[in-house]
Design a protein. Structure first.
Length: 301
């Protein structure tokens, strides 16, 4: 099996913005262990294309993890190779602008890794993921392809802008059907409810998505994912079980909200995204559900 090229490795890191060594090992780059990743990265480091740091993962015990990102020199290399658009600024590729949200991005990338495992274990499914922070998912104006806006009133007028952390489509290729999911990673830093304008709060996000669903604004992503879409689900992944309970209570108090599903990172890592780990509509008084349906229901404890 051929090794991934330098450009393929740099492209994967740039697409995720920041990754732990373990997360890179889980990518389809033919480096199946952290040790193999470290050996390859040590060969690349003298070029100055990759920056290495350390971070203690949020809510996880153990030694600090090595994290890798692309440097400005790495950005130049990707542009030279024709992989990255010339007009993309370096700060949309390196991790320099993410210092306050490193843990957020790492949890998002862990979710992406879990989706890769789901796809590998379920051969009839194809998962196509777009990250809001990826330099490869930018529109002509340099904004994320996922960025959009919803009207604040039924007859138009002012609009509220919003950008999901990520979005993916699960496609059953034999059946030709796709499900759209928006991903919201929650680190407990945003208020549950706020009356202040231009404040990102959980209740406001739910309201935005409900409007997006009702106005069928999401239909524009049929072009993004090259498939027909009929509705969507919003997946909140929290960093703690306490925060999960708080968001569940907020979501349950904002009916109709069955399109919103909530879990936390421990449940995600233990059972995977297809496990019975999700509180639909924020309801906690019954069994947790699976985004794949009842046949994938499992304990979410």
């Amino acid at each position: 099996m051929a090794q991934a090229s330098d450009t393929e490795i740099l492209t994967a890191i740039a697409d995720h913005r920041v990754l732990t060594v373990e997360q890179i090992a889980a990518l389809p780059l033919h480096m199946s262990s952290p040790a193999a990743v470290n050996r390859r990265i040590r060969l690349l480091e003298p070029s100055g294309w990759i920056a290495r740091g350390q971070v203690s993962l949020s809510g996880r015990r153990g030694r600090p993890k090595s994290i890798l990102s692309i440097t400005s020199a790495g950005v130049s290399r990707l542009k030279k190779d024709g992989v990255l658009r010339e007009d993309v600024p370096a700060d949309k590729v390196t991790a320099d602008s993410l210092q306050a949200s490193i843990h957020h991005e790492l949890l998002l990338n862990s979710f992406r890794g879990e989706l890769l495992r789901l796809q590998a274990d379920t051969t009839e499914l194809k998962a196509t993921f777009f990250s809001a922070k990826s330099p490869f998912n930018l529109g002509e104006r340099g904004t994320s392809l996922l960025a959009d806006a919803v009207p604040t009133k039924p007859r138009g007028g002012d609009k509220r802008c919003f950008t999901p952390d990520g979005a993916f489509a699960l496609t059953h290729e034999e059946a030709g059907r796709s499900l759209l999911f928006f991903v919201e990673i929650d680190m407990g830093t945003e208020p549950l409810v706020s009356q202040a304008p231009d404040t990102s709060d959980i209740a406001g996000k739910v309201t935005n998505y409900r409007t997006y669903l009702g106005t069928k604004g999401y239909k524009r992503h049929e072009k993004t994912f090259a498939t027909s879409l009929n509705g969507f689900r919003v997946l909140f992944v929290t960093n703690t079980s306490k925060r999960r309970a708080q968001i569940c209570k907020t979501v349950a108090g904002l009916p109709p909200s069955d399109f919103v599903w909530v879990t936390d990172q421990d449940r995600l890592f233990k059972h995977g995204p297809a496990g019975g780990i999700w509180h639909r509509g924020g309801r906690t008084d019954g069994a947790s559900g699976s985004i794949m349906g009842n046949q994938h229901r499992a304990s979410g404890k």
